[in-house]
Ligand binder design. Structure first.
Ligand code: ATP
Length: 155
């Protein structure tokens, strides 16, 4: 038997003294992952992202960065069934670094890109983080970030 499950989550980051830190959670099962959870009936993907981030970390102040959305898939066994999981990830910034964990997780960490990449357990999660980081950098370099010009160039 094959079951289909869909979750939504986010690459959540904060900036302290010009450095960017990404939020990772240590799941009870022992793997480090991004905040995410099942999409409930009637919820949009972004509703789920906001609810799951709030439930898993206590973070309420989330600014979703427009234009980033990445879908991953993986399979796992649940009893005798094979589950095909789809997870949709968004990118979000927060000024809130204080985290209140739920019972689902054993630890959290705010990590710089390189540390976050080696800490994440699964390849697909690393790919999401890599792409999210790439998504932010070119925007910064071109002078645009969160839709607002950081510096104007006269022509
Ligand atoms: P959710 O957080 O979406 O409610 P869950 O906690 O029920 O989901 P998953 O986190 O999807 O379930 O974990 C189910 C199984 O899949 C676990 O054995 C976990 O180790 C494994 N798993 C989690 N993320 C990945 C991934 N990116 N790639 C491969 N296997 C994964």
């Amino acid at each position: 038997m094959m079951l289909e499950r869909k979750s939504a989550g986010a690459v959540v980051f904060t900036e302290i003294d010009g450095e960017r830190y990404y939020l990772l959670l240590l799941y009870g099962a022992g793997h480090w992952d991004l905040p995410k959870g099942g999409i409930e009936r009637g919820e949009s993907e972004l509703d789920t992202v906001r609810r799951e981030v709030r439930e898993e970390t206590g973070i309420e102040d989330l600014v979703i960065i427009d234009g980033f959305r990445k879908v991953i898939n993986y399979f796992y066994k649940s009893g005798s069934a094979l589950v095909r999981k789809t997870v949709v990830f968004y990118l979000a910034k927060t000024p809130q670094t204080e985290v209140r964990l739920s019972h689902e997780h054993n630890a959290y960490a705010w990590l710089k890109m390189e540390d976050a990449m080696v800490t994440l357990t699964y390849k697909t999660a690393k790919e999401v983080l890599f792409e999210a980081n790439q998504f932010i950098f070119p925007l910064e370099r071109s002078g645009y970030y969160e839709g607002a010009p950081l510096r104007r160039t006269r022509v």
